[in-house]
Structure formats: C-alpha cells, structure tokens
Write a protein that binds this ligand. Structure first.
Ligand code: KG4
Ligand code: ZN
Length: 347
C-alpha cells in the first residue's frame, strides 16, 4: 500500500500554513505570516491575525498545491489544527479544511498543534524510535513529553508553571528595547555577548522546588530578574552591553531547559529525544542540548529551524501518523479548542 498523501492546514497563531506530505516526504510547505502587522503592538493581536488568515488561506493553499504537483483528488485526507491556539484564528483554518474535505469527499482530521511540532521531525529524520522524549518550546508552551506513539500516546511529564520560554524571550526583548518577536533578535544579539556576564536565576532548580517540580519550568522569575537588573543599571547610570544581557539571559534559559530534559531521559530510560516549537530554532539551545544529550548517551533529533516554527507541513505530517495508526476521521462539526491538551492528538 502506498504511503498516505495528506494536506495539512495550520492557522493557530500568526502563520497561515499549508503543507502537503506523502508518508515522511515533504512535497510542499507554504507559509504566509502576519507577524509584521503585530510588531507595533509588541505581540500577536488575535483579531488582526484572524483577518490575515482569511486573506492568506486560499492563495497559500493554491501555492502549496501547485508546488506539490498533486491533484487534490489524490489526497487521502485533510488535516487541520483544531487547537490549541487563538480561537478566532483556528476557525479560519478549520473552515477551509472542512470546505475542502467536504468538496473533495475526503476524511477530515482535526489535530493537535503541539503534537504537530513533534511529528514534523519525521519529515527530516524519518520514523521516530519509540519511546522518545521531546521538549516542546514555543511562544505559548514549554513541555517535556514522553512519546510512546505520535498519534496515540503522548504523555506530558512536566511543563511551565507560568510563562512559556518563547514568551520570556518576547518579554525580555521588550525590556531591552528590541523588537517583537524577541527570540530571533535575542539569539542574534547574544552571539556578540558574554553568557557569563550576569548570573541570572534558573527557575525551579533549587532543592525544595525539585521535590515537587523536578520536570517543570518557570520563567517569570527570570524575566523579572532581567528587568530589575536593567532598571538598576539605568537608575545608577551604569552603562551595559545589551548583548551581554541577551547572552546571559539566553544561557539561563538554555541551561535549565536542557538540564531538565537530560534528567527526564535518565529517569525514564529514554535513548532518543527531539525538540520542537519556535524556540527550538534557538542556536544556543540546539548546541547545549546536543552536547548534554551526547554526554548522556541519548540520540538527539533536531528539525531544521524552518520546520520548528509554525507551518502546515507539521500538521500534514501528523495527519499521516493518524491515518497510519488507523484512527477514525473527525466529525464534520468539530470546533476549535483553544485549550486542547497535548494528550488529545485527534479531535
Ligand atoms: O512555535 P511558534 O512558531 O509559535 C507558537 O506556537 O507559539 O513559536 C514562536 C516563539 C516566539 O516566542 C519566538 O520569539 C520564538 O518562538 N522564537 C525563538 C527563536 N525563533 C523563534 N526563540 C528563541 N530563539 C530563536 N531563534
Ligand atoms: Zn507552534
């Protein structure tokens, strides 16, 4: 039997993505971003994102179909992000997917965005050995997962108790007078800075926190520590290099993210690990994780940065796994679930 051919639609935040995937082969991955429209607000404005999805969805769909060179009638199904994400943004992708599936008379699969960040790695590195650990780091989520089956069995071992890692990047960028989104600009500034210049706190690593939150993260204290440090320098008229603050902040994030990831692999005997989500594009996180996983004897899979940020191919890749697992299609009346938990891969 030939591998499933799936079209995936993503619209949970500010990227309108359509990807077409056959098995683990990526045939097309078109993304339109409304990021520039949000920059002056310093964060994604839901209403603006929804309108942008509405404008972009059909052109992006047409482009992806042309790039893949497939006839839509050949599809085995249409996968779409059902959650988590911004409700008004999700419904645009869901409506498009329902219209397409119903017009083509193909099955519809409403899937979990977070599981998509895991599945996308298959497009680059092939089938995933199970069980596998995963670190999902994005603008809205920071979780350590144990994956026993991408479509069927994902368990959250730990997560952030306050801000997501990407959110911390975006907030610290604002404190440093850098533009939104903070991740890529801090990453760039940090390359010119000294990561040892300032010792910022590593959240939930003290002994009393480890008892209850061994695999959980916290970034709000770090964000506050950076703000206070910057305010003190400014109040006292002490000059400082933004690059050093960026590098020291980034070091604190990468240190705690990777230390807990390695700890989880050791605790659960996991020999394979992957990273996903927008922050997985971070250069320091990628390097430090590679070093520490190698030292721990764990094989690390890192999708290329372009696949880490939101896109439609990740949803199509997950759709393929859902079809291969023999799961039933979603009902045509499914709605968006902005708080969809990671354990629920298919709606
Ligand atoms: O997964 P994603 O594209 O969207 C969500 O589902 O949230 O992640 C977006 C987040 C933003 O917070 C952005 O600042 C962060 O990923 N990000 C980065 C980098 N590139 C994007 N954070 C750190 N370093 C980067 N190079
Ligand atoms: Zn995402």
């Amino acid at each position: 039997m030939s591998e499933p051919l799936i079209l995936g639609i993503e619209s949970s935040c500010d990227e309108t993505g359509v990807g077409i995937v056959r098995g683990n082969d990526l045939l097309a991955n078109e993304v339109a971003s409304s990021m520039e429209q949000h920059v002056r607000f310093g964060g994604v404005v839901p209403e603006v994102a929804s309108r942008a999805h509405l404008e972009a969805i059909v052109p992006v769909l047409e482009k992806a179909t042309a790039t893949a060179g497939v006839d839509l009638s050949e599809l085995d199904g249409v996968a779409v992000t059902a959650g988590p994400g911004l409700a008004g943004a999700l419904v645009v992708g869901l409506s498009a997917a329902k219209a397409l599936a119903s017009w083509l008379n193909k099955p519809l699969y409403g899937v979990n965005h977070l599981a998509g960040h895991v599945a996308v790695d298959l497009l680059e590195h092939g089938d995933l050995p199970m069980p596998c650990g995963a670190l999902l780091v994005s603008g809205g989520h920071t979780s350590l997962l144990r994956v026993n089956g991408i479509a069927t069995d994902i368990i959250e071992i730990g997560s952030t108790i306050d801000d997501a890692a990407g959110e911390a990047y975006d907030k610290v960028a604002r404190v440093l007078g850098l533009p939104y989104p903070g991740g890529p600009v801090i990453d760039k500034a940090a390359a010119q800075g000294d990561p040892k210049a300032i010792r910022f706190p590593r959240g939930l690593t003290a002994r009393h926190d480890m008892a209850k939150h061994r695999f959980d993260y916290s970034f709000s204290g770090l964000k506050t520590a950076v703000s206070r440090w910057v305010e003190t320098q400014q109040r006292d008229g002490i000059e400082f290099r933004v690059e050093d603050v960026a590098a020291s902040f980034q070091e604190a994030v990468a240190d705690v993210l990777t230390a807990k990831a390695v700890d989880m692999c050791q605790e659960y005997g996991l020999k394979h690990f992957l990273i996903g989500g927008g922050v997985a594009a971070n250069s320091r996180l990628r390097t430090l994780l590679a070093q520490r996983m190698e030292a721990a004897g764990v094989e690390l899979r890192r999708p290329r940065p372009g696949l880490c940020t939101d896109n439609g191919a990740m949803i199509a890749a997950l759709g393929v796994q859902v079809v291969k697992a023999g799961l039933p299609p979603s009902a045509m009346d499914i709605s968006a679930d902005s708080g969809l938990p990671i354990e629920k891969v298919l709606v």
